[in-house]
Design a binder for this molecule. Structure first.
Ligand code: SF4
Ligand code: SF4
Length: 116
């Protein structure tokens, strides 16, 4: 079964992706600073997600098609903690919201059942 996120990417092209600036410096997964911009004294955002039509600068591919995060190992904590619906057995309404905004069906429990 292909992980549903690998043919989605909707959340990376829907929300502002912001995090404490120190994630660009001090964490084990330092987010590349040149891919971020400062939005207030405490927070940076991934470039491209601060606009009215967000799309993270690190998102490569087509939303709803083959897609990936170019800085997966260094993505910010907010991306790491954003679960796809039913990945852990619970609904993530924000996952559904992002998918619907891109014309995709919200994930269901059956999305995680392999047919192979
Ligand atoms: S919207 Fe949900 S399914 Fe799509 S990439 Fe984000 S977490 Fe994955
Ligand atoms: S850093 Fe990666 S996971 Fe986070 S919003 Fe950008 S493309 Fe998506």
């Amino acid at each position: 079964m292909t992980h549903p996120c690998l043919t989605c990417g909707a959340c990376c092209a829907f929300f502002r992706v912001s995090f404490h600036w120190s994630e660009t410096l001090t964490t084990s997964h330092a987010v590349p600073e040149d891919l971020t911009l400062q939005i207030n004294p405490y927070m940076n955002a991934m470039k491209g997600t601060e606009t009215k039509s967000p799309r993270c600068i690190s998102l490569k591919g087509d939303v709803g098609g083959v897609i990936s995060c170019e800085i997966y190992a260094n993505r910010p904590e907010c991306c790491r903690s954003f679960s796809a619906s039913f990945e852990d057995g619970t609904v993530n309404e924000r996952c559904a919201q992002a998918r619907i905004s891109k014309g995709l069906t919200p994930l269901a429990l059956s999305s995680w059942v392999s047919t192979e």
